[in-house]
Ligand binder design. Sequence first.
Ligand SMILES: C[S@@+](CC[C@H](N)C(=O)[O-])C[C@H]1O[C@@H](n2cnc3c(N)ncnc32)[C@H](O)[C@@H]1O
Length: 204
Amino acid sequence: MKHFIYFSKDAVTSGKALSQNSLMRAGRMDIAIHSLIQGLFLSHDFRTDVKFHFVFYGMPDPPKHIEIQVKENTVIRKKDVGTLIKKILYKYKEGEKHEVFPGCFVEKKSFLKVVEELAPKGVPSVRGNINTEGIFILDKKGEDIRKAEIPKDCVFILGDQEGLPKKELKRLKKIAISVSVGGKVYFASQVVVIVNNELDYRGV
Ligand SMILES: C[S@@+](CC[C@H](N)C(=O)[O-])C[C@H]1O[C@@H](n2cnc3c(N)ncnc32)[C@H](O)[C@@H]1O
């Protein structure tokens, strides 16, 4: 399974906040949506081997972790992803990871916890007891993604227009490797396209 984790400090964390604001004013939900589309959609098809995670820290009820994987009976349309996110946020249930629609979950969980839970465990590693293999921070200054070994189970972490938060980044660097997709600063959604394309070329 391939995972993208998209972090946003400002994306709103309730269905009501999303309905009361335009996508841009809802903590740049438009950027989150573009990134998800590039993560999960193909022309006339879906990437069913990708889970897209949002971790939102905006008001009024942070943090919210939304996980979306397209399953056989998931109803998702490119023009309507905002409505889907709104419905998922509305259906949040305190104290549980709630499956709102097939493959679509919402829960309260911190950014680092989401990453740590996806980190493969049990295999000894040079960086503490978390296996760093397969966890990548997307960062312009990282090592060239074309030179990185990428296993079938892999996690790619990226930020919104503000990037990733410094404090969490320091912790993440202990369990993940930074990779770059080029010497320019790309839109988050463009980075997702490039990573998916790199994995497609490799048959990962
Ligand atoms: C629009 S960029 C964020 C720009 C923000 N001002 C910063 O300096 O991080 C959105 C995200 O895309 C990813 N990104 C952008 N350019 C990249 C590159 N060349 N290589 C790898 N990741 C990149 C990073 O994860 C970044 O947080």
